[in-house]
Design a protein around this ligand. Structure first.
Ligand SMILES: C[S@@+](CC[C@H](N)C(=O)[O-])C[C@H]1O[C@@H](n2cnc3c(N)ncnc32)[C@H](O)[C@@H]1O
Length: 370
């Protein structure tokens, strides 16, 4: 895999404010992320069947951690609602709390909830939507109040950048052992915190379903052709004079995949942590939907374009902050366009299935003993 230009970069530890993804484009390109959702949704439906429910007038609370545009939240919530309704009266209120960082585009999210034809709000008159604009690396919902929790494609984002990645944008592909160790330490800390705070927020007996990026049993992060193309185009943009070496060296994606053992670490040795236990844990390879489409239509350009549009929406907003002028740098539009075109061309020239290792987990909070 090609490498970024390397040079000594001062150590730093920067708080991550996840860059708002390109909301308009994310909803249309996130079909890929929807691919891994289905197996996790089945777990969410099972959780809706089993979690203890409050008596009226106390609402049933569903929390959605890292909601973004809300587009990919519609399916899991819509799947859980009929299951809950089979256990409750139609007038029993259900409150859905969508959470994300303060910079998230909550306007787009509320429009999605109001207008998308898949919105759960049109399906159940006693279900209400709300939002919390705070990082999930702290307690953001009252203790013992959440009956069902959902988090998809979100907790791979670290709370802090432990330091620059001198030879890549994604730490999984860095050859620097020190950098890899620093990211692993941060990933362990963040997972520990995320679980601890959800342990407080869940009701006794409540369940949280998590879908996130993982490392497979060989430590493989996947996405190799895509990330290889991305780093290759960045080098080309330096050679062409659009970017400086320093800017590219500053670019990094503060995201991690975790191994099964990483997910289990906070629960060792007793199997319990903050009254939570791991009910289910599985690392699996999600379908590459763009590859599946390519198998049918053999349209290599479309394959490259779909993957490139997806990374444009989900990760370019983070990379652009490394430009000297940040996201308002006058070169940013050109940066976005050239990076997207370059990635699309490379993937179209040699279409290859993307490995997408994901983990799905169910955490359960201990029930109250009578
Ligand atoms: C790739 S999107 C996933 C959106 C949606 N859940 C899905 O499945 O497609 C990741 C979201 O996680 C949010 N996120 C990242 N770190 C976060 C944090 N510390 N607290 C809350 N949300 C966070 C990002 O802002 C972003 O909206």
């Amino acid at each position: 895999m090609p490498e970024k230009p390397s040079a000594a970069v001062p150590e730093s530890s920067v708080v991550v404010r996840p860059e708002p993804i390109d909301s308009a484009k994310y909803s249309v390109t996130s079909r890929l992320q929807a691919a891994g959702l289905r197996p996790a949704i089945a777990l969410f439906e099972q959780a809706a069947e089993t979690v203890p429910l409050p008596r009226q007038p106390q609402p049933i609370v569903i929390a959605d951690y890292g909601a973004s545009t809300g587009h990919n939240s519609l399916l899991p919530i819509s799947a859980a609602l009929p299951v809950l309704r089979s256990r409750t009266r139609p007038e029993h209120s259900i409150l859905v709390v969508h959470t994300d960082v303060p910079d998230n585009n909550f306007t787009v999210m509320f429009k999605t909830l109001a207008e998308d034809h898949d919105t759960y709000l049109r399906k159940d008159a006693a279900t209400f939507a709300s939002a919390v604009g705070r990082s999930f690396y702290s307690q953001i919902i009252p203790s013992n109040s959440v009956h069902l929790g959902w988090s998809s494609w979100a907790i791979q984002w670290l709370s802090r950048i432990p330091g620059p990645i001198p030879d890549h944008v994604q730490v999984a592909y860095s050859a620097d052992e020190g950098v890899r160790a620093a990211y692993a330490k941060q990933a362990a800390h963040d997972w520990h915190e995320f679980v601890a705070f959800r342990g407080r927020e869940l009701c006794p007996g409540g369940q949280l379903v998590v879908l996130t990026m993982a490392l497979d049993e060989h430590g493989e992060f996947g996405h190799r052709p895509l990330l290889g193309a991305l780093v290759d185009v960045l080098s080309e943009l330096v050679a062409d004079g659009l970017l400086t070496e320093d800017e590219v060296r500053r670019m990094c994606l503060p995201t991690v995949g975790r191994r099964e053992t990483d997910f289990l670490a906070p629960f060792a040795p007793s199997g319990r942590f903050e009254q939570l236990s791991v009910e289910h844990l599985e690392v699996f390879n999600a379908d590459d939907r763009f590859w599946m489409q390519y198998q049918v239509d053999h349209d290599a350009s479309a394959f490259g374009a779909l993957w490139a549009a997806f990374v444009r929406a989900s990760v370019f907003p983070t990379l652009v902050t490394a430009l000297a002028g940040g996201r308002n740098d006058p070169r940013s539009a050109q940066f976005f366009d050239r990076l997207e075109v370059g990635i699309a061309e490379r993937l179209a020239a040699a279409p290859e299935q993307m490995q997408i290792p994901l983990a799905k987990l169910v955490l359960t909070k201990q029930r109250r003993t009578k």
